[in-house]
Design a protein around this ligand. Sequence first.
Ligand SMILES: C[C@](O)(CO)[C@H](O)COP(=O)(O)OP(=O)(O)OC[C@H]1O[C@@H](n2ccc(N)nc2=O)[C@H](O)[C@@H]1O
Ligand SMILES: Nc1ncnc2c1ncn2[C@@H]1O[C@H](COP(=O)(O)OP(=O)(O)OP(=O)(O)O)[C@@H](O)[C@H]1O
Length: 270
Amino acid sequence: MICFPNAKINLGLNIVSKRDDGYHNLETVFYPIMIKDALEIIETPNLEKDIFVESGIKTGTTAENNLVMKALHLIRSHYSIPPVEVHLLKQIPFGAGIGGGSSDAAFMLKLINSKYSLGASSNELAGMASQLGADCPFFIYNKPMFATGIGEKLEEVEVSFENYYLILVKPEIFVSTKDAFASIEPKQPDMSLKEIIKHPIENWKNLMVNDFEKSIFPKYPMIEHIKQKLYALGAVYASMSGSGSSVYGIFNKKTDLKHHFDGCFVWEQE
Ligand SMILES: C[C@](O)(CO)[C@H](O)COP(=O)(O)OP(=O)(O)OC[C@H]1O[C@@H](n2ccc(N)nc2=O)[C@H](O)[C@@H]1O
Ligand SMILES: Nc1ncnc2c1ncn2[C@@H]1O[C@H](COP(=O)(O)OP(=O)(O)OP(=O)(O)O)[C@@H](O)[C@H]1O
């Protein structure tokens, strides 16, 4: 049985307060984008323990610390699941702020739930996902969501880029999410993202921010350069996603932009 975990971008990201457990309360809108990994589980008779095989982009993870295996162990602590062979084809760049690892983990929970007809509800799966990472519960639902708390309180929102064109650019820079949060001074936003998102995309430039940009841009000027270039090329809105290093641009019409970003991973909406 196979599935195709996809990535996300953050439309705005306000880091509101620091919590006693070290995590941060935030406000963001998660939006699914179709850069995909492939995740397969194969049931092999007489297997004594799980097998994990990774191909594609090298993450340097092992059968012990890859999030898909952590997801497998977690769901197995609730249900009886036999040893399986897991194949993960990595195509979503990591350290990119687009939630690749979190998506793989959430999709593993959904895959096991279907394959073994466990009947767990989306809410139950999201509860398990929240133990694997702050971004994980969103990928259980995988539709545009306004998120609060550490990212686990989710509310569906209406937002679509149907008549627009989206491009994502990731330079050869890997940002650690933990380090990115460490250099943030949390603050209450002037206007809630839930309100901002209702404005026309043309107004977002003046209203919507990603709080990580202020600390990440001085450290990695290349990321800010990509954002400025997207605006120079005519983007209606451009922003870093999550804690970086990816930057996305939203355009009015499809234009050939790839050649402007040599040396970067570039994904364009079909
Ligand atoms: C930056 C975002 O991608 C925005 O969508 C997420 O907030 C990050 O979510 P994630 O990668 O799933 O994060 P986790 O793997 O749970 O946490 C990695 C580290 O980031 C910090 N962290 C994460 C999420 C959050 N709301 N507050 C935090 O302070 C913590 O130090 C944590 O140890
Ligand atoms: N299945 C996985 N795919 C990618 N990275 C993984 C996976 N499992 C564990 N990791 C580890 O997690 C780290 C970052 O993963 P991830 O792709 O979630 O980061 P990200 O793109 O910055 O996303 P996020 O927005 O969730 O922070 C990698 O350096 C890797 O060591």
